[in-house]
Design a protein around this ligand. Structure first.
Ligand code: UT7
Length: 323
């Protein structure tokens, strides 16, 4: 059976760090409130010359280096983003061009904070169907460009950045000790639109718009949705929380991550936590966290990794992958 094995990862962060104290000087907030409610200490914010495409390109180059492949080896690029450089063409095609790639295909995928989980699942489907041998999956965002910097309930939560992985078709035997993506489960429910959305768009306001969120409402649904889809991943594979080596969740809020891990009985020392450093970088948060755990030596070949995300739509999903 064909498995989509992760060959390498990479990340790119904007040059500028913005601390909670920096924000407290501009809006009515405090380091104490932000840390207590979210666990965030700082975030990276893109300078004008840094865009979703430039950050995505840098992360992609790092991931290909780490994987030991070149752009000639890639047949498909999937970019998960909600903050494209332009309405069209797809920012994935922009990145394809920046990488000097003229073959294959590239497209954007829009599932907000669940984008990376959706993109890995899509890549896995292309690989399993034989349509692609090596796929570059990127999560890249510049949420700072769609924040209302006068709204303290949202502007303190998000950051910019990019992460990427290279997936390759390899033969597995079909058991849960195979390397690669073992199972993935995606969900969405558009009836929750008003709880987390952007109040602009080409077909409605002809503007880009700003992010609007009823944080408490999102929080209320998050843990139940996350744990439900993870239970589905366990059921599909026969694996349990005890088998997990690393839990790499979407990094929105430390309290959501802690509550999900507790409900699933995943030990806290198996949780990769980067929300303190990056804030919520939407589709980039999981690949940024992956790269952090790879670079600091925690994540090793053979480890069983649980990825999970939930966000605007609502969309949510989980992936179990053996490194
Ligand atoms: O990645 C997509 C998924 N998104 C999420 O997962 C976000 C989910 N939601 C959350 O993370 C939390 O709901 C927040 C961090 C957004 C907010 O935390 P909360 O504990 O739910 O706070 P709250 O919205 O209930 O607000 C509590 C108080 C309010 O004041 P009053 O009404 O109690 O007087 C807010 O006005 O905190 C106030 N507040 C702030 N105070 C200082 C809201 N934002 C701030 C702020 N600084 N930045």
């Amino acid at each position: 059976m064909i498995r989509s094995v992760i060959l390498g990862s990479g990340a790119a962060k904007p040059r500028t760090v913005v601390t909670n104290a920096d924000l407290a000087a501009k809006v009515g907030t405090s380091d104490e409130w932000i840390q207590q409610r979210t666990g965030i200490q700082q975030r990276y914010i893109a300078e004008p010359d840094e865009t979703t495409a430039s950050l995505g390109e840098a992360a992609a180059r790092a991931a290909m280096d780490d994987a030991g492949v070149t752009v000639d080896d890639i047949d498909l690029i999937i970019l998960a983003t909600s903050t494209p450089n332009n309405t069209f063409p797809a920012t994935a095609v922009n990145i394809q061009n920046r990488l000097g790639m003229k073959h294959g295909a590239a497209f954007d995928l829009q599932a907000v904070c669940s984008g990376f989980v959706y993109a890995v699942t899509t890549a896995d489907t292309f690989i399993k169907s034989g349509q692609a041998k090596r796929v570059l999956v990127i999560g890249a965002e510049t949420f700072s460009r769609i924040l209302d910097w006068e709204d303290r309930t949202t502007c303190v939560l998000f950051g910019d950045g990019a992460g990427a992985v290279v997936l390759e078709a390899q033969e597995g035997v079909g058991l849960s000790n195979d390397r690669g993506v073992l199972t993935s489960h995606l969900r969405s429910d558009g009836s929750h639109r008003e709880k987390l959305y952007v109040d602009g768009g080409p077909s409605t306001t002809q503007t880009v718009g700003h992010l609007r969120m009823q944080g408490r409402e999102v929080f209320k649904h998050a843990v139940a949705m996350i744990t439900d889809v993870i239970e589905a991943a366990f059921e599909a594979t026969g694996l349990t929380a005890e088998d997990i080596d690393w839990f790499i969740p979407h990094q929105a809020n430390r309290r959501i991550i802690d509550a999900s891990a507790k409900k699933l009985k995943i030990a806290s020392d198996k949780v990769v936590l980067t929300v303190n450093q990056h804030g919520n970088t939407s589709a980039a948060s999981i690949p940024l966290a992956i790269n952090t755990a790879v670079k600091d030596g925690r994540l090793k070949e053979g480890d069983l990794v649980l990825l999970e995300a939930m966000g605007g739509g609502f969309t949510w999903g989980a992936v179990l992958v053996r490194w």
